[in-house]
Design a binder for this molecule. Structure first.
Ligand code: ATP
Ligand code: MG
Length: 542
């Protein structure tokens, strides 16, 4: 599946036809201050797929111009996540490697009288900017001489000025209706350690100044970003023009992806991690690529979901069922079928010979013969799901076991519940049933219609399994801050059993537990302590 036609693709086509560009070069520019989430996947897939469709290139560029929150751990995880999604960047670059060039470009602005050092406090700068209804006021420092500005900028660079004591501002238009053009700050002082440049620099360029220069340096033809940067575009163009960059990139905005009941901002995700609400950036409830991967989402399903959800100029909130549908499609084709019981109820088959265990050969996948078969045991004692039994049949729609009712066991026999054995507290201890040896699956027996088909796990070879089930961490309709909205019960655990084949699965392998859903072997799972994460139930509940 490749990228559909969209407004950005059309622009690229025209630019190639008119020979404005000979090649399409895009970039994905994350700030290494957190892990990538599914929203970033839209930007990644869009940039890579668009370039690919024209035989072009896509760079990965770390937009690392803010030392305080950035870290190499994020750099490494971003690289591995992009590869996991299925893309290999044409080059991996760091904006911080361009600091020298950016400095030179800032000096060009100063020399042209287009930038000045402002020693006003941050508050004063903010107040003097005005608002959309109030015109900005020019700073008293706005008309310093070029020489003085050069000297002060140099002093900032040499660490002779204190943090917060001054900034470099572009000199554009304090009465512009576009707030971004009201003399934006383009350099500030920070003595923080930088993850990539160490202590080389104490002045750092601001995003609006740095980003267009980064794009221009790399020869990016189309700089795609999310919609909130639309108002920044005039500034983007101003910077490219006035700093006299030889290559001219074009910024194009697209709508952000939001999925319902999903937090999608690094700031909030970081907060959940730092306040230990979740187990880490890879918690299976997190919408991070690491979290989705641990949960069992496949890169194929994520790519398909992004491509199918299309691209538009407006932000869109998409129902999470669309992602789950892409996922089910993918897993349905790939995942082998197993049986597991999440909430076990023991059944003793009284007419089955004691000490006998028979092995049933069963296909692993109904459509893919090459995946072969597995062997499932059957004996006098089995577990079924608590949910699959009630004493009295409630109505005719009920297609499971009940006292004196008969059901088919997948791949095995028909059983009839004969007796319910209770504990002292009145709850059910176990069931007694009889089986009909004539009804063995595959024996051609079809004359009787059982009351449904249920799954089971044979007791003597049952492998203990921890089942993890997940719900949304927060709901859209609830108000308050992220921490108070957090749903503590969004991670549910049950201890059950699975058939012996489960032992052969490795971390990240996926399977379908019949009737329960798709599951993935958790990162922390071991042969002795198997942990399975629910990826999705079999059918959408909507
Ligand atoms: P967040 O808002 O989650 O903190 P961000 O935009 O600050 O994300 P960056 O590292 O700056 O994170 O993002 C890298 C790129 O990914 C940017 O081009 C940004 O526009 C894009 N991006 C981030 N979130 C989304 C989203 N939800 N939908 C589409 N693109 C996104
Ligand atoms: Mg950002």
């Amino acid at each position: 599946m490749s990228i559909h036609s969209n407004f950005i693709k059309s622009i690229m086509e025209t630019d190639l036809e008119t020979k404005k560009h000979h090649e399409i070069i895009t970039r994905f520019p994350p700030e290494p201050n957190g892990f990538l989430h599914i929203g970033h996947a839209r930007a990644i897939v869009t940039n890579f797929e668009l370039a690919k469709s024209f035989g072009g290139k896509t760079n990965l560029r770390f937009d690392d111009t803010n030392p305080s929150k950035e870290d190499d751990i994020f750099v490494q995880n971003i690289i591995s996540d992009i590869r996991w999604l299925g893309y290999e960047p044409d080059g991996i670059y760091y904006a911080s490697d361009y600091f020298e060039e950016m400095y030179v470009r800032a000096v060009i602005l100063i020399k042209k009288g287009l930038a000045y050092i402002d020693e006003s406090s941050a508050d004063d700068i903010k107040n003097m900017r005005g608002s959309t209804s109030i015109k900005g006021i020019e700073s008293p420092y706005r008309n310093r001489s070029v020489e003085e500005n050069l000297k002060l900028f140099e002093a900032m660079k040499l660490g002779q000025k204190e943090e917060g004591s001054c900034v470099l501002r572009a000199k554009i238009d304090m009465s512009s209706p576009n707030m971004n053009m009201r003399d934006p700050v383009i350099y500030r002082i920070s003595f923080d350690h930088h993850h990539h440049r160490g202590n080389d620099w104490v002045i750092y360029p601001m995003y609006d100044f740095a980003h267009p220069i980064e794009d221009a340096i790399e020869g990016i033809t189309h700089s795609l970003c999310s919609l909130e940067f639309e108002d920044h575009r005039p500034l983007y163009d101003w910077v490219v023009r006035e700093t006299e960059m030889p290559k001219i990139p074009r910024q194009i905005e697209f709508g952000r992806l939001t999925i319902e009941n999903t937090v999608m901002s690094k700031r909030y995700l970081r907060q959940l991690v730092e306040e230990n609400k979740v187990t880490g950036w890879d918690d299976p409830r997190m919408p991070t690529l690491k979290g989705l991967r641990r949960r069992g989402y496949t890169p194929e399903a994520i790519r398909k979901f992004i491509l199918e959800s299309g691209l538009s100029k407006i932000n869109s909130t998409i129902d999470s069922s669309m992602l789950d549908a892409a996922l089910r499609d993918d897993l349905n084709q790939k995942a082998g079928r197993l049986m597991g019981v999440k909430d076990p109820l023991k059944v003793v088959i009284t007419n089955y010979p004691e000490n006998q265990v028979e092995q049933l050969d069963v296909e692993l996948h109904p459509d893919i013969e090459t995946t072969g078969t597995r062997s499932i045991p059957f004996s006098r004692e089995i577990y079924i799901e608590q949910e699959d039994f009630v004493v009295e049949k409630p109505n005719n729609k009920y297609k499971r076991l009940y006292l004196s009712g008969e059901v088919r066991l997948f791949h095995a026999y028909f059983i009839t519940c004969q007796n319910v054995i209770y504990k002292e507290d009145g709850t059910i201890d176990y069931l007694e049933a009889t089986y009909d040896p004539e009804t063995k699956s595959g024996s051609g027996f079809e004359s009787r219609k059982p009351n449904g088909t249920i799954h089971f796990v044979e007791v003597s070879q049952a492998v203990p399994v921890t089942f993890n089930m997940f719900g949304p961490m927060v709901l859209d309709e609830e108000e308050g801050d992220i921490i108070s909205r957090f749903k503590e019960d969004s991670w549910q655990t049950q201890h059950g059993f699975a058939e012996p084949f489960i032992i052969s699965l490795q971390v990240e392998d996926k399977c379908q537990f019949k009737r329960l859903g798709f599951y993935c072997v958790d990162t922390l799972s071991t042969k002795e302590n198997i942990i399975m994460n629910e990826i999705a139930t079999l059918k959408s509940s909507k």
